[in-house]
Design a protein around this ligand. Sequence first.
Ligand code: AHR
Length: 507
Amino acid sequence: MDHARVAISTDVERARISRHLYGHFAEHLGRCIYGGFWVGEDSDLPHIDGIRADVVEALRRLEVPNLRWPGGCFADEYHWRDGIGPREDRPAMVNSHWGDVVEDNSFGTHEFMRLCELLGAAPYVNGNLGSGTVREMSEWLEYLTRADDSPMARLRRDNGRDEPWLVPFWGLGNEAWGCGGSMRPQAYADEARRYATFCKDHGGNTVSRIAAGGADDDLSWTRALMEAVACVNCQTSPDSPIFQGVSFHYYTYASQGINTESATEFSTTDYLRTMLRATGIERAIRAHVAVMDSYDPDGKVALVCDEWGTWWQPEPGTNPGFLHQQNTMRDALVAGVHFDAFHAHARRLRMANIAQTVNVLQAMLLTGDDGALVLTPTYHVFEMSKGHQDATSVESAVTAAPVIDVEGTPLGALSASASVKDGALLVSLSHLDPDDSLDVVLDVRGATITGTTARVLASGSLTAHNTAAEPHVVAPRELDVNVDGALVRVTMPPHSFATVHVTLDRD
Ligand code: AHR
């Protein structure tokens, strides 16, 4: 058996881990909205105002902090006025990005806000900058958040909602370099400034405007956007930024690129390449943070990773435009190492959104039209990790662990992070070795241990996954913990994710 050691200083605090790092993303794409969240008010399946009740219940267990909608690429062709008023009167449109299907707009603004209410999630609405207008975006925010008898507030009331909603997060388009308008960084930065100017705070609503940035470690977008915040004679500065967040997207695959590799049939080498790509997000975040620090050393503008996750080939037999993929233990570990990177950079990185919540890409839930509901391995990582939300990340270092040689590139076999909240320490451990077990010792400093519990997510094979017929193949179970003074010892099976909960006496 291999051995590893993690030193954790419970009294060396780094940054608050915003709960919004555990955010979600629901696009009008394939069966995410239609058939995933929304079954309609006439459905035979149990629902609340047309929203699947079992989906809501399962997601409430994750304490979803925010939900991004309606896209993605769809956001830049969505016109919000088509999705309000009586459903039978709503005009249809073509969802050109995702399957070229007809969208009937039966799920629109009111349905989305109801979904957020049911989940207890903050809405993150992504406006249309690519094919919309400044007026359209400005009026959508007015419609949602204004209390008086302004024209848009009146229209909202005509559609049955008296009180305004709170909308704390607002996207200024999406992937402007591609589906969002094929723009160049400078041009988009100016557009984002213009749109942000007209996205007002109404009444008691304060909105964080999030500019759409680049992909992976493409820093040209981050640079252009930070320059647009800091520019001289622009009546804006990092002290009162014109947008409050800059986003980037980071998708994971093995080696061939997104949408090219099987979700369930892969070799150990594919798995290890996937882990290299997944752990690479830490370097990408570090690079974006370095650029942002140089313009905004006080950290006024947030870095937001509003799309992340694995992107495999669609499941055979499904519409290729619907991006419906299975989810294995490999995906669970991708999530585990992402959260470690997010915690490490929690000072600047304040929101992240997994793509996507139901039935699309690295989903939490897979649903069947017959009422089946499958919790994926990724769901379990989110559930096991939720204690990190709004906790304080503390110094943790893997001081000893095996290193795996992946075709000449080293991959640490253990990834870890730790946080404290309410007198307890929560440690996440992702053990990446595909074959060997790992004896892990946590050296807990700065407090006295008063109790421990642990859970592990493990599977007999890397490709293990849950299906409607076999829903519990990958599910968490209790893990034995031994405590010896300040040392906490657990044994992790090959390719497994664990959380260790330690109650502390810090006097
Ligand atoms: O999440 C699927 C798509 O990936 C989104 O619509 C787009 O923003 C990204 O390219």
